[in-house]
Structure formats: C-alpha cells, structure tokens
Design a protein around this ligand. Structure first.
Ligand code: ADP
Length: 475
C-alpha cells in the first residue's frame, strides 16, 4: 500500500502543535504495519538547515494559480527512515513563521495544486492520498474535479483527517474562485460554499472518500451544534464515512529513559523524577522544595485550552501550597493575564513564553500534575506525553481527553488522572484540590502514577486502524 500524507507541518522538520507530532510519528508506525508512507510538506524557511542541505531535487515544474504561473521545485529528503517531499517556492514558504499571513488562501491553494501536479512526476502514483486539516482540504476537491481525467488519478483514494475543526480556512468566494479558476458551480451548498464565503475545511469534508478525526469522543462531538463549528450538518451527512482514531505519541521520541533534555533519566522511579523537579525549580528560580506539588502546563495560549478558567481560578489556586509552571505562546491577552498573576506570586509561579522543546520536556518530567482544562480537545497529545513522563493529568472531560484520562476512583483503585465535566473554574478547582489531597497520600499517589504507566500511549493500535481504513478504500 502506497500512502502519501499531505500536511502543513510534520516533525522533525517543522512544528507548531500536535499535527506535526502526528504527521511525523504516524508514518513510522504505518511503515511497521507494512505501508509505504511519504510525507509532502511546504519547504518552509524554518526547516533545520542540516535537513534543508540534504535535499535532492526530483522535479522542477510550473503551477498555475488563477492567472499566474508559479515556479515550483519538488525536492526529497529522508529523515529517520521517513521520506519527505518538499514543495519549494520561496515567495510562499520562506518566511519568519509557518502561518498567520494575509495570503494564506493563496499559499495553501498553491501547495494543493503543487501536490497534485507533482504526483505523476514520481515513479508511481499513491494508492491513498491522506490529507490533514484545512490547509490540504482543497486537494480532495481538486482531485475529484480538475484532476479527475489525468491518467491514473481516478484510482487514487483520499482520506481527510480533522485535527482541529476550529481552524477552517474560510475565505471570500471571489478569492478562492480566482485562485482555483472555478465557476459558480463549485460554490454551491454541497460544494465549497460556507455562509456566503468558501471553506477549505468543507472542501475536504465533502470530497474526501473517507473522513477521520483523532478521537472517538471528538468524532461524536463534532456532529453536534455545540462542537460542530457550523459544519456539524455536513459532518452528520457523512457520519457513515467518519472514523474516530485516537492519536498516539512517538514513544522513541518521548521517552524519559533516554530524553537528552532531562536532568536525570528515569522510567518509573519517582525518586529520579523528583531530581527533575528540583532541577527545574533551580532553572526557573522557584524555591527548591521536594514536597511541594508542581503543576505543569505546556500549551498554545488560546481560549480552546481553557485559560479563562485558569484566569478565574488563579487567585484561589495560588493560596494553596503548589507551584505552577506555564510554557506557552499565543494570544497576547492570555500572556498578559499570566504576567499579572506572576507579579503577586513569584515564589509560586514561573512562566516562559515562546516555543521551547527542551523546556517542554523538562516540565513534563518535573511536574507532579499536568493541567489541561480544554473547552474542546480533538485528541490532545500533551496529556499523553504527561502520562509517559509520569505526570498525573488533570483534564476536562472532552474529546480525546475523555478517551485517554480515566478519573481516579479511590475505592476500586482504578484511573490514571483527575477529570471534571462542566467547564467552570469552580469544577476545575474542586478537581485540583482532590488531586492535591491524593498527592499527600503516598499510597494512593503511587497507585495513580502506576495506573498511568500501564500503557505506553504509542501508535501501534491506531496505525492498525488506519491501515484497515485504507484497505477498505482500496478494495
Ligand atoms: P494542539 O495540537 O492543540 O496544540 P496537542 O496537545 O495535541 O495540542 O499538542 C501540542 C504539542 O505541542 C505537544 O507536543 C506539546 O508539548 C507541544 N507544545 C505546545 N506548546 C509548546 C511550547 N510553547 N513549547 C514547546 N512545545 C509546545
């Protein structure tokens, strides 16, 4: 089975969030199941120089975009056994950041055309073209319309995976019409039209042969008005084709036993884990105390992640004997809120704004608890990494958090974390207090940590499900 992933980020080349972890790790897990996976990405300026230096050019072509004809280099490089194809156009992709520019529609329309133009320049066409999130949503649409008559293209099957339904790539109809050179017939309700505008996410949802999302609970949630981001109707229509397949983590990459960023490597020893707490306290200027419970957060700073609950709860939380460490980047308002809280709590809080892979891992290793009160969470990888690093997750029961964190039951001794349902600061605080109470009771705490250690949160079983999905499509 030949599978091609089209994504806007993938580890270890470029990452802003969980999508990169998935697009980096899943190909390796699929390879173990016998699939041959290539990942196609834009060639961003952020790709590490050593990797950029190792590419070879396999084709140079022109891509038509509206009335323009743009240069497009097709390069390849193999990293950790995974073959990457890079779509090169410096005007679109050699910039300071991955996203957030005024011409996102044009950049990813270009990428979508380039992927389809490139396919028949390879030695063989893929059986499956697996697209991820809105940046690649136009690909299934273009394949079924513009490229349907290219020799061999009709046999290619498409999968579209929703990693986060909130980001949809909605643009004015005129703009997409111009970029795609399409007529009015592509902008009807059962095509790209979305409340008077045009949606790349909807293009993926309507035109891909199968859909998937990254947890069972999120697969159900997005069919409701509450979580459906105005696309629940479209998703309900395709419920038969929608699979919920839980994400995993790359257990070779996230392994406290071999992680080079940690002060002390460990697997199950809480004594060795404690050395990481003391080291982080030293690194961040917090009082070095073994006994104080350390709560960690590593997150994009967005409302999705429940920072409004954290803001409301912080004054009360800071009255407790805890330390809170937050690493994140994102909305300036959330940064400001955290900075304000820090002023009054320098001995209890530490903040680091920006993206920092090493510090992220040191926080997972150092923290006793990991807080993730998301308003919605398609899967969430942070809680899985936390579990792998023996930090006990405290999460809201939504999406993948619900599927991966089971609340501790002191009577049966089951559960690997603490959970709450209603998205309120009160419920979150109550749950944090409950976790703190058990933290003070070694016997219970060791059992909770041990329950979390029973699984490795790797990709194997989910990779098998993806293979099953691919086989259904190809047969
Ligand atoms: P999302 O994809 O919604 O951002 P996930 O929990 O699925 O959330 O994945 C987030 C990933 O990004 C995790 O690997 C997490 O450790 C990492 N991450 C988030 N923010 C930062 C940051 N500021 N620095 C380093 N890693 C981060």
């Amino acid at each position: 089975m030949r599978v091609m992933f089209a994504a806007s980020e993938a580890m270890p080349l470029v990452k802003t969030g969980g999508l990169a972890d998935v697009a980096g790790a899943l190909p390796k897990a699929l390879a173990k199941q016998g699939a041959e996976v290539t990942v196609v990405l834009p060639k961003y300026g952020e790709i590490p120089q050593a990797i950029a230096d190792a590419v070879t050019t396999i084709a140079v072509m022109e891509v038509r975009l509206g009335w323009r004809t743009q240069y497009c280099g097709v390069q390849e490089v193999t990293v950790d056994g995974v073959r990457f194809i890079l779509i090169d156009n410096e005007f679109y992709f050699k910039r300071g950041y991955l996203y957030g520019y005024g011409d996102e529609a044009e950049r990813f329309a270009f990428f979508s055309f380039a992927v389809l133009e490139m396919l028949d320049k390879l030695d063989r066409l893929p059986d499956i073209l697996h697209c991820h999130d809105w940046q690649t949503g136009l690909i299934p649409f273009l394949l079924k319309t513009r490229y349907a008559n290219r020799p061999g293209y009709r046999d290619i099957r498409t999968v579209f995976t929703i990693h986060n339904l909130q980001y949809q790539g909605v643009f004015s109809r005129e703009l997409l019409q111009d970029l795609l050179s399409t007529g009015d017939d592509s902008f009807t309700q059962d095509s790209l039209e979305f409340y008077g505008a045009a949606s790349c996410m909807k293009a993926g949802l309507r035109f891909a042969d199968k859909l998937s999302t990254v947890s069972y609970t999120y697969a159900h949630e997005i069919q409701s008005e509450e979580y459906g981001e105005k696309l629940d109707g479209v998703i309900r229509q395709r419920a038969q084709d929608l699979w919920g397949i839980l994400n995993g983590i790359d257990t070779d990459v996230y392994d406290p036993m071999s992680d080079p960023h940690l002060a002390v490597n460990y697997r199950n020893s809480l004594e060795k884990k404690l050395q990481n707490k003391l080291a982080l306290q030293r690194e961040l200027g917090l009082p070095e105390r073994e006994d104080v419970p350390l709560v960690g957060i590593v997150s994009r700073l967005t409302q999705q992640k429940g920072f409004d609950l954290i803001a409301e709860a912080l004054p009360e939380l800071m009255e407790l004997d805890v330390q809170l460490v937050v690493l994140g980047s994102g909305e300036p308002g959330i940064e400001a809120m955290l900075r304000d809280a820090l002023l009054a709590n320098r001995d209890k809080m530490a903040l680091w704004f920006g993206f920092n892979e090493g510090l992220a891992r040191r926080i997972y290793a150092a923290s006793d608890m990991y807080l993730m009160p998301s308003r919605f969470e398609p899967c969430g990888l942070s809680q899985l990494i936390a579990l792998r690093y023996r930090s006990v997750p405290i999460v809201r029961e939504t999406g993948g958090l619900k599927d991966t964190v089971a609340p501790y039951n002191e009577y049966t001794g089951t559960g690997n974390g603490f959970t709450f349902g209603p998205p309120t600061a009160h419920d979150m605080l109550y749950t944090i207090r409950r976790a703190l109470a058990f933290y003070g009771d070694r016997e219970h705490w060791e059992r909770i940590v041990a329950n979390g250690a029973k699984k490795d949160y790797g990709w194997e079983s989910s990779a098998k499900l993806y293979c099953k999905l691919y086989r259904e499509l190809v047969s």
